[in-house]
Ligand binder design. Structure first.
Ligand code: COA
Ligand code: MG
Length: 366
């Protein structure tokens, strides 16, 4: 389907014609701390430049995207693990019911139906109910969408793996429209796309801008980028090492590109799920790099990951005191000043505001 026809289909389904919509703050990654409290989806990375010197307000008060500190995969074909979710929900930010690589090829049908059932019956509570469908090139995606959207309750969030081109997004839109049938949506469906190959990384900016363009039709809203490091390593011929230095450049590029568009950035899986110290170290390093969350494969990983992506009470108090001092010093006409033994200027203020935003998002979703 060519894009103009696709857009007309989306308009018919949603009853919208390119509205200007409010973009969400991606929790601690405020793109534009300008005096205006909202931005539109027409915003691009260029807007960052134009507002970077605007005076900071205290808190970025745009609506917040839900925190996604830990995203726990659960293979849809594994009834025992799906049943286990009733005990896990409420503790984890996002549950990802998986149709893709956690499910064997001959179990795809079982996984889809297990997931549709789980969406109806699992008490998700404050946990997000997300579904990872198969990639657009797999030949499985259309049926995944048809089945998981056929129940009375439908998933809030879709994770779309192995996105490399704008055409993958067009194809996703087309199939989502068919799966939704006559259901009306209004930006109810949140989308996270994956970078999992050299091509996907090089095309990430184009993919994001296209997804933001498509988001304007109120079919879905792009909220984050997930880095799929194992597929990425396979794509570039790298060997996974414990320190993960082979993925460092790609991880940094994913964070920078996602943040340029005010999106969440979700870090790699730590596959050695019994090594909790290693997980903690990698989670903390991801949080320091700017990732907003991390993928998890086992329930024991959830608390460690969520703690790493939540600022400590001490850090929040430090940030709050710093913001107060900054405003005091500004009113006295001082730029740089000394606070608790450190030189503080505007970049430090912005870092403090990031901490406050993350804690605000976590508190809001409790
Ligand atoms: N979701 C829900 N429950 C899970 C779970 C998950 N991801 N992983 C483990 N559990 C449950 C197990 O069923 C078990 O419960 P039970 O004793 O009532 O059966 C309990 O937690 C302890 O599990 P454990 O015995 O330590 O692990 P396991 O050998 O059953 O499974 C994995 C280990 C890695 C295979 C499993 O954690 C898993 O499948 N993870 C997801 C993998 C995935 O989706 N990969 C693709 C994305 S990268
Ligand atoms: Mg993958």
């Amino acid at each position: 389907m060519i894009i103009s026809t696709l857009c007309r289909h989306i308009q018919r389904l949603t009853g919208t014609s390119r509205p200007r919509v409010v973009r969400l703050a991606a929790n601690g990654v405020p793109k534009t701390r300008s005096l205006s409290s909202t931005t539109t989806s027409n915003s691009t990375a260029d807007d960052v430049k134009s507002t970077a010197d605007a005076p900071p307000e205290m808190i970025d008060n745009r609506p917040l995207a839900r925190p996604r500190r830990a995203l726990l995969y659960c293979p849809g074909s594994d009834a025992r693990k799906v049943a286990k979710l009733s005990h896990i929900c409420g503790t984890v930010d996002s549950v990802v019911l998986d149709c893709e690589d956690g499910v064997a090829h001959n179990k795809k049908e079982e996984a889809r139906h297990g997931i549709r059932e789980a969406i109806q019956t699992v008490p998700f509570g404050r946990s997000e109910c997300a579904v990872r469908i198969n990639s657009m090139d797999s030949g499985f995606a259309e049926e995944d969408l048809n089945v998981v959207f056929s129940g009375e309750k439908i998933p809030k969030t879709i994770l779309l793996p192995k996105v490399e081109t704008k055409e993958h997004l067009d194809s996703f839109c087309e199939k989502l429209i068919k799966a939704l049938g006559k259901r009306k949506t209004s930006r109810d469906i949140h989308l996270l796309t994956y970078v999992e190959s050299a091509k996907g990384l090089l095309n990430l900016k184009d993919v994001i801008t296209h997804a933001i363009e498509l988001s304007e039709y109120n079919l879905f809203s792009l909220e984050g980028i997930v880095f799929g490091s194992d597929d990425f390593c396979a794509s570039i011929g790298a060997t996974r090492t414990a320190g993960a230095s082979e993925t460092l450049m790609a991880r940094q590029q994913v964070v920078v590109t996602a943040k340029a568009y005010d999106l969440q950035a979700i870090d790699v899986v730590y596959i050695d799920f019994k090594d909790i110290d290693g997980l903690r170290a990698q989670s903390e390093s991801g949080a320091k790099m700017g990732f907003t969350g991390k993928q998890a494969i086992h329930p024991t990983q959830v608390d460690v990951i969520q703690a790493a992506f939540t600022p400590s009470a001490e850090r929040i108090q430090w940030a709050t005191r710093l913001v107060d001092e900054y405003h005091k010093s500004q009113s006295e006409g001082k730029g740089a000043f000394v606070f608790e033994g450190q030189m503080i200027d505007r970049p430090l203020l912005l870092q403090a505001l990031n901490i406050i935003d993350i804690s605000r998002a976590v508190q809001t979703n409790k």
